[in-house]
Write a protein that binds this ligand. Structure first.
Ligand code: NAD
Ligand code: MG
Length: 384
């Protein structure tokens, strides 16, 4: 097979490391153009050396000299700063993994879209804050967008285009996170350590907290609306603690096509990397005889108000979801820094959404401005 050129935005994170783990197994198949990271430059340099990357970029300007030093004597070019990450996204690559966390991924991801090649999208916040603009650009630039979020990869694989008119609903599964069975009194005083200890998936800190509040499922409802042109009322969230059914699509005739697999992100990453073919992945094979059962429950929006909030914001439009996303990023950061309690996260988000102006957004620049204003509003809310 011909060599494929690849870039990984956010190569040092949880998704980034899993992507590197697949690519490193096939040195003749993939040529690595750019790798980007932020604080962990030791890992970034190690990855760049191992994969002989053409470019390594740290988003943190203060890390430039140290990264340069770590990569001295190699052919890898080094750059630093947020603009350098955007420049790395502009470099020609057949396939790009977008796995930066948060709205920081928006501008680089948009540059990938504009190149019209293949975008493997893990960075769901990009669609939450600018889904309409991004999806229009995907169409205009004829970009191949393959979702990496496990649920959306599952839906992508089971939503049959040829039977689109017979589509009935999406069944979006959720693990329920570490506090699935806990009451509000317990949740009021949980620590960051308890919140990031996800029962089934090993992930970055921000998405782990989002899973614990179920804001992650709220973000995923919005993500699915943009990816699959559906509305929240066509999506049924199901708490499924075993994380084996990654999501399903129901049809008018009563058929439900579900996607199953072990909870290992290397499966949806490999799917996106090989698309439209399939490839081997190092994921353990699913053995159904070893499962003690698969269970499904309706979610509890009283204990997990983030779910309701996300649906309300999606109904209000793209500005509201951008505000919600920014406020959530600030609130999660404050919780991880022990400045606020776990249940305050949704309170802060709700307050910021309620009190923010929601001007229409037409361009990415507008979204960036809305995002910045919402971050300031969230910071004020934390102080007050
Ligand atoms: P992570 O925190 O482990 O990694 C984040 C990556 O982004 C790192 O490479 C970091 O260096 C980089 N980064 C952080 N701040 C940055 C900034 N300001 N500018 C540029 N780069 C920056 O996160 P993760 O768990 O790998 O998640 C990444 C994305 O994938 C998120 O959007 C998340 O919602 C999504 N996702 C993750 C999983 C998972 O299993 N981890 C599953 C589905 C979707
Ligand atoms: Mg997911």
């Amino acid at each position: 097979m011909a060599e494929k050129s690849v870039t990984i935005l956010g190569s040092t994170g949880s998704i980034g490391k899993s992507t590197v783990d697949i690519i490193r197994r096939y040195p003749d198949k993939y040529r690595v153009v750019a790798l980007t990271g932020n604080k962990n430059i030791a890992l970034l340099a190690e990855q760049a050396k191992m994969l002989r990357a053409e470019v390594a970029v740290t988003a943190d300007e203060n890390n430039y000299a140290a990264l340069k030093e770590l990569l001295a004597g190699t052919d890898t070019r080094v750059a630093a700063g947020a603009d350098a990450v955007v420049d790395a996204a502009k470099l020609d690559a057949d396939w790009t993994m977008s796995s930066i966390v948060g709205a920081a991924g928006l501008l680089p991801t948009m540059e990938v879209v504009k190149r019209g090649k293949t975008l493997a999208l893990a960075n769901k916040e990009t669609l939450v804050c600018a889904g309409e603009i991004v999806m229009k650009a995907v169409k205009d630039f004829k970009t191949t967008l393959v979702p990496v979020d496990s649920e959306h990869s599952a839906i992508f694989q089971t939503l049959e285009e040829k039977h689109r008119d017979a589509f009935d609903r999406i069944l979006l599964t959720a693990s329920g996170g570490p506090f699935r069975e806990k009451d509000l009194a317990f949740m009021e005083s949980v620590t960051p350590e308890q919140a990031v200890a996800h029962p089934n998936w090993s992930m970055g800190a921000k998405i782990s907290v989002d899973s614990a509040t179920m804001m992650n499922k709220g973000l995923e409802i919005i993500e699915a609306c943009h990816l699959f042109a559906v509305t929240p009322d066509q999506i049924e969230v199901l708490v499924h603690p075993q994380s084996i059914v990654h999501s399903a699509v129901g049809y008018k005739d009563g058929s439900v096509l579900a996607h199953m697999g072990m909870p290992d992100m290397r499966t949806p990453i490999a799917y996106a990397l090989a698309y439209p073919e399939r490839m081997e992945s190092p994921t353990a094979k699913l053995d159904l005889t070893k499962l003690s059962g698969l269970t499904f429950f309706a979610p509890d929006e009283t204990r997990f108000p983030a779910l309701r909030l996300a649906k309300e914001c999606q109904a209000k439009g793209q500005t509201a979801t951008a505000v919600m996303n920014a406020a959530n990023e600030v609130a999660v950061g404050a919780f991880l820094n022990r400045e606020i309690g776990f249940l305050d996260i949704a309170r802060v988000v709700e307050k910021v959404v309620e009190t923010s102006d929601l001007p229409p957004v037409a361009t990415i620049r507008d979204v960036v401005a809305v995002d910045a204003a919402a971050r300031e509003a969230a910071a004020r809310c934390l102080k007050g």
